[in-house]
Design a binder for this molecule. Structure first.
Ligand code: AVJ
Length: 320
């Protein structure tokens, strides 16, 4: 098989010490927190895939339908001979819709924090797109990062689907959009954003009947047990994910069901009965509030595509 898959571009995945450090630091704070980027080890990435197929989790299927319906217009906006840079690449399913619609895409640079998972999914994609130059980067895209130089492409276009941007506080989201704009060096950004809506719909999406989101949340503790020999009893913590309509975000917590102490990386961490560990925020935007934020980050918000029920939006942003 001839592919342009350059293994040298695959930076070493984040060392396990960084999870240990982040976990112990977050659990040492008051109130306790665990950064949501640690959800995505191999197990967590698979659980997230399962979330995307849940009946309550409308986001993925709505965004995929929007990408399919508007692929032609999106391809025109991006233009020929582009290199696609995907931030937080995951399973690489959505980008296939873009690649199939684009005129002569030249390269693809997926960036994901889960190196092992990225390696696996890039191999599958490369087999189906043998002419596409692959530059996978196992990296934390929230940190400063050097993209490989363009080879064969005339420009970059960023792809940031899935409303991953919702995981950041608005100020941090804006700072990150600014950095992306610099990285893209004049190229535009296609970004998928979950919309503000009926709190019941949002609540159901993060509290599914099958308990997959609860398992995804608790995977942080399971991962600590697997990788750091921590002693978390998963049944002694509850998944709690309310929508806060004033801050327009879903907040996710693990709540200690009793007073308990757990050893994590040689350190003893105490939990009061009912004490919560904050694990994720998932911010929702209106079309207008998101456009305003991207303009403040230096982008020129252009087309926006949304579904009839106004569940989800895809924005095309040009660089000034
Ligand atoms: C991947 C961040 C978009 O916030 O909806 C899904 C993660 N958390 N269910 C989201 C998630 C709980 C998801 N994002």
């Amino acid at each position: 098989m001839s592919t342009h898959l350059a293994d040298t571009c695959l930076a070493p995945s984040a060392p396990p010490e960084s999870f240990a450090r982040g976990l112990i630091e977050g659990l040492g704070q008051t109130p306790k927190e665990i950064p949501c980027k640690y959800f995505y080890d191999q197990e967590g990435s698979a659980l997230f895939d399962a979330i995307c197929a849940l009946p309550e989790y409308y986001q993925t299927r709505t965004e995929v339908a929007l990408l399919r319906r508007h692929a032609g217009e999106i391809a025109t906006a991006i233009g020929p001979d582009a290199e696609i840079v995907e931030f937080g690449a995951g399973a690489l399913r959505k980008v296939r819709i873009l690649l199939d619609a684009l005129d002569a895409p030249r390269g693809y640079t997926p960036i994901d924090i889960s190196g092992a998972y990225l390696r696996e999914v890039v191999r599958l994609l490369a087999a189906d797109y043998p002419a596409l130059a692959m530059h996978p980067l196992a990296a934390d895209f929230t940190l400063p990062l050097q993209l490989p130089p363009l080879s064969g492409a005339t420009h970059r276009a960023g792809f940031f689907p899935g409303s991953t941007i919702g995981n950041f506080r608005p100020n941090a989201a804006m700072a990150m959009l600014r950095r992306m704009r610099e990285m893209l060096n004049g190229g535009g950004l296609l970004v998928g954003v979950d919309l503000v809506k009926d709190p019941q719909i949002l609540h159901a999406a993060y509290n599914d009947a099958a308990g997959v989101t609860a398992a995804f949340n608790k995977n942080l503790l399971a991962r600590a047990n697997r990788e750091l020999g921590a002693g978390f009893d998963l049944d002694a913590f509850a998944h709690y994910a309310p929508y806060n309509p004033q801050s327009q975000r879903v907040e996710m917590y693990l709540v200690s069901q009793k007073r308990q102490s757990v050893t994590v990386g040689g350190q003893c961490i105490s939990f009061a009965a009912g004490e919560a560990v904050h694990t994720e925020d998932s911010h929702k935007y209106t079309i207008e509030s998101f456009r305003e934020m991207t303009a403040r980050a230096g982008f020129l918000p252009r087309a926006v595509w949304t579904d009839a029920d106004r569940l989800f939006a895809i924005h095309w942003l040009e660089s000034r």
